[in-house]
Design a protein around this ligand. Structure first.
Ligand SMILES: *Cc1c(COP(=O)(O)O)cnc(C)c1O
Length: 418
């Protein structure tokens, strides 16, 4: 069995990318079985050098680093534009890297959540990530609406863990006339369920709703075609599947149809202003057409250097190839888990590969979660536990191996459940 995992690794065309990352070690110096790339991605070895380059330029040039040298800071974020566009399937002027995820979500809602008396609701998935819940609740309240009325949550059917795609569409059909904004986390951070962005966008737009996605768990994980699928906006962070480090600078997509719409309200800052005239420091905001027009501030260069190191690896491997390996890795994990006794571990993530990414969420026996996690830790496994009884496991294609998956499941079978 272990041999089979090793053989899959030998045959894996992307296996060489593991070398490009620092894998955390156990106390005895063995690489840990790191299945937590959905929470904090590992460090690309190139990141340190890229950050050091900018520290050096700062030391040598001071303020002149903004304009001098190969990667001057003023246009530094533009180095990230093309790779980011490829990553999410957007046009270059539809994407920008800026701020953090929740900040970008609020900025997008300022522009795309425009409630009126007869259309004020926000439709989100039940059990959305807390930050998203707080963001939509506070936005509804900010506009003077009662969040209890304004925020509508999609719930799975009784006894089911995930939303049925047809139930999402019929909810949009039923409620859509009063919905100002549809916002879904894709995939959902807890269940790992991925939604059909194109179908949901189409159904939402047919009802006159704005449609946005939180791709915190989607960017660098799912194959995305955001331009073609057509939602109004999307936001994501870059420290999960995108490996850009703790608190990394985040991403934002604004569909081309809004690129030149000067009627959209927005919270503006000087970095969103026309680059030609920004430093004339004059009144009168003249937004850059496209996503860059939503920038507020001077860009965080050191964080962007780390993201650059990571995005180069995504470009080198290519998302279609990464997704292919990811489906095999996740399928292998699913296969091995299915050999375990049913009553002990239950996969709540959809079985259909089209409805998930690299994460499987496992329900574990009641009240054994914390002990199980401690046992896994002793076996060198790092994964993530959510109260009351869910373990989230994410083998990611850039640095996880089939052997990692085999060792994880092997560690599970050695756990005493009683
Ligand atoms: C990780 C995550 C966040 C985190 O937001 P930050 O602003 O980056 O802290 C928000 N939403 C979702 C769905 C997430 O998965």
């Amino acid at each position: 069995m272990e041999d089979f995992a090793r053989r899959l690794d030998r045959e894996d065309p992307l296996a060489r990318f593991r070398e490009q990352f620092h894998i955390p070690l156990t106390e005895s110096g063995e690489p840990r079985i790191y299945l937590c790339g959905n929470s904090l991605g590992l460090q690309p070895k190139k990141a340190r050098g890229y950050i050091e380059q900018e520290l050096d330029r700062w030391a040598r040039l001071g303020v002149e680093g903004h304009f001098r040298g190969q990667h001057s800071w003023m246009p530094y974020h533009e180095l990230l534009t093309e790779p980011t566009a490829r990553l999410v399937g957007g046009l270059p002027h539809e994407v920008v890297v800026m701020n953090s995820l929740t900040v970008n979500l609020h900025l997008m809602m300022v522009s795309f959540y425009r409630p009126r008396r007869d259309r004020f609701k926000i439709l989100i998935e039940g059990g959305a990530f807390p930050s998203d819940q707080y963001a939509v609740t506070s936005q509804a309240a900010f506009h003077g609406y009662d969040p209890k009325e304004a925020v509508v949550e999609l719930r799975p059917r009784l006894g089911e863990d995930c939303l049925r795609p047809e139930d999402i569409l019929s909810a949009i059909e039923r409620e859509g006339d009063s919905v100002a904004l549809i916002l879904l986390g894709n995939p959902n951070y807890f269940t790992g369920q991925a939604f059909d962005i194109a179908a949901i966008t189409q159904a939402g737009h047919a009802k006159g709703c704005r449609v946005g996605f939180d791709l915190a768990h989607g960017a660098g994980n799912l194959l995305l075609k955001m331009h073609e699928w057509g939602p109004d906006f999307a936001v994501w962070c870059c420290y999960k599947y995108l490996n850009a480090g703790p608190g990394a600078v985040a991403g934002c997509f604004v569909h081309e149809r809004h690129a030149r719409d000067l009627n959209l309200p927005r919270f503006a800052g000087w970095w969103g202003h026309n680059k030609e005239t920004r430093f004339e420091m004059k009144p009168g905001f003249d937004p850059i057409p496209g996503a860059e027009g939503w920038q507020l501030s001077n860009a965080p260069i050191l964080q962007m250097a780390a993201l650059r190191a990571s995005l180069e690896l995504f470009d080198e491997a290519g998302m279609p190839e990464l997704r292919k390996k990811a489906d095999r890795l996740t399928g292998y994990l699913e296969y091995l888990l299915d050999q375990l006794p049913d009553e002990q571990f239950r996969i709540i993530t959809p079985r259909d590969p089209a409805q998930r990414g690299s994460q499987l969420s496992l329900q574990v026996p009641a009240r054994s979660g914390r002990r199980l996690l401690a046992g896994l830790e002793r076996a060198g496994v790092i994964c993530d536990y959510r109260e009351p009884d869910i373990i989230r496991v994410a083998p990611v294609p850039l640095y996880n191996s089939f052997l990692d998956v085999w060792r994880f499941v092997n560690a599970l079978t050695e756990f005493e459940l009683s």
